[in-house]
Design a protein around this ligand. Structure first.
Ligand code: ZN
Length: 318
């Protein structure tokens, strides 16, 4: 098998309430789209994720915050901010979401496929050390980076984030560890209002790429890849993590970027090609945003197809 597809039915138990853009229909669209691509479906190893433990979450989060989320869910739920809901099933959902990324890291450093895609919710890249925000409870990808260093002896980790929103949570959770480099391209000005190009983090290990809405597609692809290349001068990652937010596609209700499926394909293959040069192709991608479910499902399939490219000769990177 070339690519692992990790998910968990508990991710559907995070109930954000009627009318919330981050709903379970997003996740359901992915296997539906995948089943329509029989060839890809057969190439992918389907796995049910484990749940991350509180100790694992505490690699990036404050223990009191982790316990607060657990208790709030156990008590039936509540709100962390106007947009960020904890429901009764949210602890199971969020720990499965993080667990998927940790499982994927185990696979790429073990005998499993070199690449994984984690179809999870809630998303993670806005979650801060002691608070959730922007639909996110735990920083799945940031925890994955710390876990790879702690558990698998990875020294250098690169996280790239093409969600239309700034990965402020990821930045906060990794910027004190200079051997984790973070590249985020995001709409500017836009939610959450952070991530100017001048914000390089305390050790200069952060590359923020703020971009206006409505630019030609190519402008985003070029700016993103150029930042990735700047971030990896003299820095060869042992693992690449992608915060795959598909709200950067044209027509997303929560973003104004103009990317199309061809761009998802291009960005994916470019990252696969770089991961092959850097670290034997070790790459873990995890879903963040994307709020037009049909487009999201299609994008995930294009992304997964790109993740099977490269050394198997399905397509070219470069
Ligand atoms: Zn987003």
């Amino acid at each position: 098998m070339q690519l692992a597809f990790l998910s968990h039915s508990d991710c559907g138990r995070h109930d954000t309430g009627w009318g919330h853009p981050e709903h379970v229909g997003r996740l359901r669209a992915i296997p539906r789209a995948l089943r329509n691509d029989f060839e890809l479906f057969e190439l992918v190893e389907h796995r049910e994720a484990r749940h991350a433990t509180a100790d694992e979450l505490e690699m990036a989060h404050d223990a009191r915050y982790v316990e607060m989320v657990r208790q709030l869910a156990e008590a039936g739920g509540g709100r962390l901010d106007a947009d960020t809901v904890v429901s009764e099933g949210s602890w199971a959902a969020a720990t499965a979401g993080t667990g998927a990324v940790l499982d994927a890291v185990d696979l790429v450093f073990g005998d499993g496929p070199r690449r994984s895609f984690c179809a999870v919710r809630p998303p993670g890249h806005h979650a801060l050390r002691s608070s959730g925000m922007g639909f996110c409870l735990f920083g799945n990808v940031a925890i994955g980076a710390h876990y790879a260093r702690k558990t698998h002896g990875a020294e250098r980790v690169l996280i790239v984030d093409w969600d239309v929103h700034h990965g402020n949570g990821t930045q906060a959770l990794v910027q004190d560890t200079p051997d984790i480099r973070f590249v985020s391209m995001h709409q500017w000005p836009w939610y959450p209002g952070t991530g100017p190009a001048t914000d390089r983090g305390p050790h200069g290990s952060v590359w923020n790429v703020p971009m206006a809405a409505g630019l030609p597609r190519e402008a985003y692809v070029t700016a993103f890849l150029s930042a990735v290349d700047s971030a990896t001068v003299g820095f060869t990652p042992d693992l690449v993590l992608i915060s795959a937010g598909f709200d950067s596609l044209a027509g997303d209700p929560l973003g104004g970027f103009t990317l199309e499926m061809d761009d998802v394909d291009r960005l994916t293959r470019e990252m696969v090609s770089r991961a092959e040069q850097w670290c034997g192709g070790r790459l873990v991608s995890s879903l963040e945003g994307g709020y037009a479910p049909e487009r999201l499902g299609e994008a995930c399939v294009v992304h997964m197809r790109g993740l099977t490219s490269g050394e198997w000769g399905v397509g070219g990177g470069g």
